[in-house]
Design a protein around this ligand. Structure first.
Ligand code: SF4
Length: 343
């Protein structure tokens, strides 16, 4: 099915010309959608009535339903639960930073990777999101929150590299001048470490930020919380990261969830510094949300300081991620699960 939200200027021009509509109308339509937040053919009054009727019949605009919205008390985090045409829902989160707004997007409905600490995977993988459905997550903030956009992070539900073609088309589309005109350096793709796709991504010639979910300093420990580690070893992942850096010049970030008594001991810190030492990288440490059902607890402040301090002392570039939205269930997948339980 044709989808207006998956079309760039050239696609839309071709679509219009095939239907006898003037090519220049594409610019007006994209301006309505991306600059004026108009999401109905009938409100695009610069278009002749006949063209609007043709387009309403042949290229219906299907905007997702806002199934839920939560705002943090300080208003710096807003989370939307969006329902698509088939009843499937995804979460998307806006975080307001001093440098601008960042949106954390989902790339799939559910996730097959099944990390132990992640609520998104609890009901398994349902389907990939289309290019248009990823664009709509950004437009939904324009429509419901009226917020500007500085950066995009593919770190919500799903493994983006297992929806490779749609994700790459989406990133290319939002880079275009007639859409969001976002620089690739303002886009971050987070992966659990799907090595062949990381290798492919390095050859695309796009200076995207790559974030890799590491979460453990050795394969055994990693396997205990990330089943994907059975397939891709740390050695293979780091080789792919080194290649990514060589080809794109972009420093890779390693995400490291801190889980009490599991991966944030001093012994783990020491193993991690040997694993990563000598590389031009950044480690982003994130204390886990308590999840007593699966036995994962957040370490104390003292343990967090000891772990990050040790790595800093040994020359590892590490930051503690500023936590936003914990009080609005912004942790990945929780809002969707709450709704599914209600239903
Ligand atoms: S953390 Fe990411 S890759 Fe792992 S299960 Fe959750 S959504 Fe999937």
């Amino acid at each position: 099915m044709n989808d207006i939200f998956a079309m760039n200027r050239a696609d839309l021009q071709a679509f219009l010309v095939e239907r006898g509509i003037k090519k220049f109308r594409a610019d007006q339509i994209l301006h309505y959608i991306y600059k004026q937040n108009v999401f109905s053919w009938h409100e695009m009054t610069l278009l002749p009535q006949g063209d609007r009727e043709t387009l309403a019949g042949e290229l219906p605009i299907c905007f997702p339903v806002l199934a839920d919205i939560q705002k943090a008390p300080d208003d710096n985090t807003v989370k939307l639960l969006l329902e698509f045409y088939d009843g499937q829902t995804v979460e998307t989160v806006l975080m307001k930073h001093a440098y601008g707004n960042s949106v954390c997007l989902s790339s799939q409905v559910g996730c097959a990777v099944n990390c132990a600490f992640c609520a998104s995977a609890k009901n398994g993988f349902i389907r990939n999101l289309t290019v248009g459905e990823m664009v709509l997550q950004l437009l939904a903030f324009r429509k419901y929150v009226t917020a500007g956009l500085h950066s995009v992070v593919l770190m919500g539900t799903g493994e983006p590299l297992l929806n490779y073609d749609n994700v790459l088309s989406f990133l290319r589309l939002i880079h275009e001048k007639d859409t969001f005109y976002l620089g690739y350096r303002n886009m971050t793709l987070s992966t659990s470490g799907i090595v062949p796709a990381m290798e492919r991504l390095a050859t695309e010639g796009l200076p995207l930020n790559l974030a890799v979910s590491l979460h453990a300093p050795n394969d055994n420990l990693r396997r205990s919380i990330m089943p994907v580690a059975d397939t891709y070893t740390l050695k293979n992942i780091l080789t792919a990261c080194d290649r990514y850096f060589d080809r794109t010049g972009r420093k890779v970030t390693f995400e490291y969830i801190l889980i009490k008594d599991l991966n944030c001991t001093l012994a783990c810190a020491d193993e991690l510094r040997h694993l990563l030492g000598g590389r031009n990288i950044l480690v982003n440490a994130i204390p886990v949300n308590d999840n007593y059902d699966v036995g994962l607890c957040r370490p104390s402040q003292k343990e967090i300081r000891r772990f990050t301090g040790y790595l800093k002392e040994h020359g590892i570039n590490i930051t503690l991620r500023r936590e936003m939205g914990g009080n609005i269930q912004a942790a990945c997948g929780q809002l969707r699960i709450k709704r599914m339980q209600k239903q």
